[in-house]
Unconditional design. Sequence first.
Length: 575
Amino acid sequence: MATRDSRRRVPVPPPAVLTGLRRGVVLMLLTAVAFLGGVATTQLWPVTTETDYFTADVSVTPRLDSTVELPTVVGDVIITFEGRLPAPGLTAQVGVREEVTDLLRSGRLDAAALQPDQQELRAAIDHGVREVGWKFATGALVTSVLVLLTYAVARPHHLLRVVGAATTATAVALAGPGAAAYFTYRVDNVAEYRATSLLSLVQTNTRLLDNLASNASHGAVYVTNLLALSDALREEFTPGTVDVPVAARFLLVSDLHGMNQFPLMRQIVASERIDAVIDSGDLLNFGQPREGDLTGMYAGIESLGVPYIFVRGNHDAVSATDEAVLRRLAQIPNVLLLEPTDGELVRVDVNGVSISGFNDARFYNQRDADFAGEQAALAERFRELTEGNEPTDLVVAHQPYAAERVEAAGATVNGHMHAPDVSRGHIQVGSFTGGGLVNQFRLPPLTEEAQQAAEEDPDTAGELQGHPYSFDVLSFGEDCSIVSLVRYSYRNLVSGRPQYDDVRLVNGRTIQPDPPQERTCGPSLGVLTSSLRPVVTTDEAVRTDDATQTVTIPTPAGDAPTLTRDDAATTSSAP
């Protein structure tokens, strides 16, 4: 039997070694905390650096992937570097400064004008890197100090040791990533440069914007012919929809995003005998009223000569309370705003067909985690403001998440998605301009046939392959029910090579199965507008409609009298 002294003993490290190991582990943890604190600081308070026309909010990401990402509204730039050490990633939220509109004013909207020169770019990069470094270091130091001060509260006699540990951890957190960034982020270490969305297309077709105006004129001729073809086919194959007397025709558009396509819209209004245009928002890109002035959009709206019914989209404001675009639109004689100011709703009747709606609560570049809740609250507010009223035939909103939560006698109408859709009681309008040139769309994967066609035909390979251009013509009968919805879509308008995509005729009964009873609609009723308020049923107050007034919406060729508006209501009589 073995004695106690002969048993093998496990060696115990000396106390000094254990102390060193413990301090090493603590230092590693503090370094990680300091690093994450620096990252969080740059994320919460990013550094802003600018060139003449662009601005970028730069921050550090916790990924050690040696990648710089620059997401923009027209595509993303992703640059990957190869170095000896993995560097923390950087992200720069790039936006367009207001000064970019100077290019529009001077007629220099091209890649050369937008591209910053090397000196300007170098200065912006140097400023951004320097400020990010200081902010990262401050965040790392403050985080380490706060963590260790919490420890020092229990052991105040360790205060000097705490300060030393915080300083050492911050220095290590800066030295490692800083050295990696210094040696990795160099021009000769670039492994891959990749651009997505519109940026990639502009790179492959730098002349895309050169003849935009003339190409749009070509597109107007094309779409006019498409409309004539559609009418002929309808008359041949669905004569029932042609023979039904029509009381009102509406052109449904959405998401123009700053592209002045009103010459084309004017052709559609004339050829389809449109009584009013309904725009479900995102007229502009950045929520700046002068975008429309510089591109002639407001003059284009006035030139239509029919009522232009509008609700604001999330790209038509720069803050939750911004109504500058609405005020600018209110100056146009034929514009009828369904919510001219926050919480004040207007009902529009076109030839007896009633329309109401509400503005989007969101604004350009908003970041909000509770998106669904925000839209639900918006719909709930509309229901409260219209309580007691009979639902209007059409209710217009920008986003489907709000539109699907309100009730309409005929159909709710929304845009925002850039893709047309239709179901019982609901119409989703596509983008009249395919989403516009400067917009947050992503390119869908090309089908095998589309990819093959692009390879076989280089002339069409540079066209925007996003959503097709689309619009709807919605017709109501003399019984005030939906008769039909004709949906048009086409592509390649920007490059001046329009291509037929699709024309669909939707029977109105699939949208509105139960037509209204004992109602009559027709052109003799004109265009009326009135305030839309909750019905009050108390003895002290009863809702009345005696605030209605009548004005004339001028034709483009005639005089343009001022459209009178007051706090109660307005009424319009179409020419």
